[in-house]
Design a protein. Structure first.
Length: 64
């Protein structure tokens, strides 16, 4: 494991945990709204984490 990989792993785990905490905390405000808004929120929140994770993986691999 390279230093970059270890750093990316640590950042990824901490970042994902913080992201989940934020999504769950904000979900309390979304619950009770119209079902379509709830579905939209959970769909977006369920996929949005991919963008920073992708960038972090490419950085760890040494690609742009």
């Amino acid at each position: 494991m390279t230093a970059r990989t270890g750093i990316a792993l640590l950042i990824g785990l901490i970042g994902f945990a913080l992201y989940l905490a934020g999504v769950v905390a904000f979900a309390d405000r979304v619950r009770g709204l119209h079902w379509a808004l709830e579905a939209l929120y959970f769909a977006v929140a369920g996929v949005l984490w991919v963008l920073p994770a992708r960038a972090l993986i490419f950085w760890a691999a040494g690609r742009r």
